[in-house]
Design a protein. Sequence first.
Lengths: 387, 766
Amino acid sequence: MEDDAPVIYGLEFQARALTAQTAETDAIRFLVGTQSLKFENQIHVIEFDDENNIINKNVLLHQAGEIWHIGASPADKAVLTTCYNKTSDSRVVSCAAVWRMPCDLETESHESPDDSAHNPQALELLCHLDDSTYGNAACVLWEPMGDGKRVISLADNHALLWDLQESFTQAKVSSTATLEGKGQLKFTSGKWSPHHNSSQFATANETAIRAWDLRTMSQIYCIENAHGQLVRDLDFNPNRQYYLASCGDDCKVKFWDVRNVQEPVKTLEDHSHWVWSVRYNHSHDQLVLTASSDSRLILSNMVSISSEPFGHLVDDDELSEGEDNHQEEKNKEPLKDSVVSTYEEHEDSVYAAEWSSADPWLFASLSYDGRLVINRVPRALKYRILL
Amino acid sequence: LILIRRIAPSPVPMDVEGDDSALPEDSGRRRKVHGMLKLYYGLNEEGKSNEQPQALDPCDINGPHFDPEIYMNKLRRECTLAELMDQETCMVKQIRSLDSDMQTLVYENYNKFISATDTIRKMKNDFKKMEDEMDCLSANMEAITDFSARISGTLQDQHTQITKLSGVHTLLRKLQFLFELPARLNKCLELQAYSQAVSSHRRARCVLQQYSHLPSFRGIQDDCHAIMDKLAQELRQKFRDGGTSAKDLSECVELLLQLDEPAEELCDKFLSHARSRLESDLQGLEAEIRPHSSSSRRESSFHRSSLTAAAASDELLHAFVDDLAACYFSLVERRIQEEKSVGDNSLLVRALDRFHRRLQAVAKLLPGSSVPHHGTEIVIRAATERVKQYLSALQSFYMDSLTDVRQALATPRLSVAGGASHLGGAELLSSLSASILNQIKSVLASVHLFTAKDITFSNKPYFKGEFCSQGVRESLVVSFIKFICQSSRQFCESAGDKGGSTPPILLLLLSRLCLDYETSTISYILTLTDEQFLVQHHTPVTPVTALCAEAREAAQKLLNHYVKVQGLIISQMLRKSVETRDWVNTIEPRNVRAVMKRVVEDATSIDVQVGLLYEEGVRKAHSSDSSKRTFSVYSSSRQQAARYAASYTPSAPLDTNLLSNIHKLFSERIDIFSSVEFNKVSVMTGIIKISLKTFLECVRLRTFGRYGLQQIQVDCHYLQMYLWRFVSDENLVHFLLDEIVGSSAHRCLDPAPMEQSVIEVICERG
């Protein structure tokens, strides 16, 4: 059972922003935003043809500025948000906006790369998510599994909940939360929890992780000193409502049970530099992807703290079929927490990694030099989890 | 002549009387002669003939097959006249010397024959004289026997008379004793000499019984009975009172037993007495737990007396002893538990020894009892407890000395500002390890008392085997070493996140300590232990290698942590300096930023710090001339700067990536927080790697104006000038700094690099 070789796609520019096209559940599609101060920035829509192992790309112009963060609407395939830097009068300002991709994208996707590069289409601006009083935007979070009408943007030390109205053309701040404290506080990243009826979200600033209740816009809990240094990213376990993963500059990935925030449930120290991104697999939460500036991507199998700690649960009637079957189940050693694989295809720091929304066994990672690598979970492990 | 020759071989063994004076000079020559004669007769040293081929040669004048005819013919044929003449004279000379030899031999043998004959004759005479004397002796002996028989016959009568008389005398003495008995008994009663009374009465008792049909004896017997009853009454009274000492009591019991008192009853009574007494004793003990050695002595004497008294009722006694012993043991154990201070182990060992010895005595009196067994268990428990205490004492000693080290590290820093305190690093390390070693040795010496030869329990199998291997070696020495490693690891983990609580130099110190343990100390300590305790490894014990591996792991972890902490401190400075500045609107660089100078200063002081504890390590070969090196750096930097300038012409946007990717293809992947080796260069490389990588990542998160980029150029050049000397591979520094400048050029709105010469000037100005 040979594992398929990774598929590599190179961008011309440096890039940090990567997301899966969340609303798309058939095609494997990723969005990448570039960072260039000199040239027009682009959003590459990369579609991966799993059967033929081919990448199709579409380039859309993002004229507003270099992209630091990108988010795809979970409801509408064509809608996305970006956080970008705008330079004007030798001042750098971070903004956020909602965009719509041109709808005739599909027709172009099969053309040769040369043609698509020669006349790229531009994104259509739907609305700005800016309010100058709130400072620089760090990231925009879509409401998970919602109707795509609500987003949260994190700007300096404020979290703003926006209502998108009139088919995204108007955005209104419906409520805000502000982080108070000494010094210049700044959110570095955040995540909207899919649990509790989407009424919670978590943010990271410096070494702390905080969770907020959207209804009251007040803090629920706080993990002080979650990491020795800056917390770079966090992610909610999609299947266990109290579990949360975080990563940071102390090279560690930590798993928390938010009911007891004194100690992490588990800590991984596999990376040899800062960990920039951590992502749970959307359906099999034992699979955790981490990206680091040591140019590596690591796929870990965290069975012991997943929602299926004993592997695939066997149904009762299956058990009653016979003694042998039962015996076999018992003999099967439960999988141990382990690093499944370390991917070394990148040459530069890997700042982002994402699971595909369409294929749970496929993921993409993006390094600063603009290299996008698409990988699959090793088949042996895949069958082990499934069977 | 042949006859004489035949005799010739014999003189040497025959030579008993020996003409010693002649022998030494002659022996050489004679042996030669002897050999030649032997040869003549075809005899060999080994015995029989051993035909040699050359011996058949008829021309060999010394050979057995010599044929004068052939020899003569041969001579005549081969030699000239002169030679013949010579040959002849030579032959004549030889013959003459042989003749004289023969004469000497004959003479010597003749002399010996004569002296032998003389000796035999003398012996014959002497034997005759002896025979006469023997005859005389036997005649005398016969006369003596005769006389003695006669004497015993005459004395027979008198002898029987004397025997009879003496029999009468003793009978009379006995009678007298009997008649005097009542008076004597009365007197004894008065004087309270009970034992004497009882023994007298016992002696007379059977006689009186036997002759009680005679009225006179009957009177005496009645009198005696009356007196003895009185005596028994008195004794019983005394016994009931119970106030007397243990010895008196047991004496009482003994006497009463002899007076045919019922044993059961006595036994019960005695035991109840003893119990109340012992219980009060135990209470006394409990009230003021005194040195248990004295009490144990008292205790066991009780046991002994009780045993003698009631040997009849074993079961009862066992129950009794067990009962009391249990009570006593619980007290002893409590007492031992209170013995917490680890100060003087010999006291405890001696006390335990005494305790054990007493119990051994009980064991002799009461073979089936489980008491001594329990006692041994108590001793074993006490010993293991003691070992545990020593372990915890060692551990607290270790922690205390670490605190001392911490203080020593902290104080000079206050008084002598700056790096002066680091000078103490090596001394602190050596004093720390020496004091720990001394402590271990002294503890071993204390524990060793348990197995000393003169201690009774030391030859119990437990103390011979398990105590040495499991107790001392495993749970004391090995546990302590493990504790050191573990506590070292804890320093990495607990302080891991913040890094502030443990001073980095302590980490470094401990790492070196662990490394030293790995290389020598552990095996030394274990060998010492094994030698002192003659550990026989019945049970599997932790091997030295496992411990060494653990120590090495701890050392590695500590050193890695040290690198991490120091790296973080520098990283933190760099990060703050990058994050807090507005790089777009900065002014044209005129100086190296203070932060960079600080970084270099810190690196230098860390270098000194590490250098005191770790060896230099290996570097990749440097270019010999440092000025040349800086030049080469310029050129490479300039190339790079040119590259950025070129790549930002809009015509070739792809080249940048291509170039940098190609560049990366040829450089090795750098693991930033990787494990370091145990040497200075590796440690410094680790720290600088972490710092520069942080710098790089921070730069990538910012946007730069023209002067921002130039400032970074200046800073990087400055770092380049000073950091290369610390690392193992200067290319690493070059690569990371190039990467930083490259990234900031990418992130620059107006990438106009500064002239290299200007950068140099700024950097040299400082």
